[in-house]
Design a protein around this ligand. Structure first.
Ligand SMILES: [Zn+2]
Length: 163
């Protein structure tokens, strides 16, 4: 029996201020996009690096609407997010040399969502042989120079793919 592998289980679980929604905060402060590692934003959603990546290059597509239930998202906005995710896969393959990509959502805390009250779609680039690497150090990754370099690399290409 194999269980579905969901490597994005616990992002942002160490966020200190539980009363505030980190995604709404990012949504409402475009002037801090660089600080928050935002790759792209438009009127419907934004794309942001995961600060606790399960692999280098892990980012998320997040609607501006603070919604817990995917089914409450207007269908045209879900379509828009899906379109951006498709472009994100292309970006990860072409510019980040990803050999595979996990995309997915954890809907609800019981499904493993770290931030269960604001839906978000994960994109995680995958590389041959990375599984042990991920499970071993995923919980202890640091926000270091590699992370910033990856952000700059993806940011430089983001308007080409998402714009
Ligand atoms: Zn929110």
């Amino acid at each position: 029996m194999q269980y579905f592998y969901a490597p994005w289980r616990s992002e942002y679980h160490t966020n200190k201020d539980k009363s505030k929604c980190v995604f709404c905060d990012i949504s409402q402060t475009p002037e801090k996009d660089r600080e928050n590692k935002v790759l792209f934003r438009d009127e419907i959603c934004f794309i942001v690096m995961n600060l606790y990546p399960y692999n280098p290059g892990h980012f998320m597509v997040v609607p501006h609407r603070h919604l817990e239930a995917l089914e409450d998202l207007p269908p045209n906005e879900w379509q828009h997010i899906a379109n951006l995710a498709q472009k994100g896969v292309k970006l990860l393959k072409e510019e980040f040399r990803a050999q595979g990509v996990n995309i997915g959502m954890n809907l609800g805390a019981v499904a493993g969502a770290g931030i269960s009250d604001h839906i978000h779609l994960h994109l995680i680039p995958r590389f041959f042989g990375d599984t042990n690497f991920i499970t071993t150090i995923a919980k202890s990754r640091v926000f270091g120079s590699d992370f910033c370099a990856i952000y700059e690399k993806l940011l430089a290409k983001s308007s080409e793919y998402f714009g």
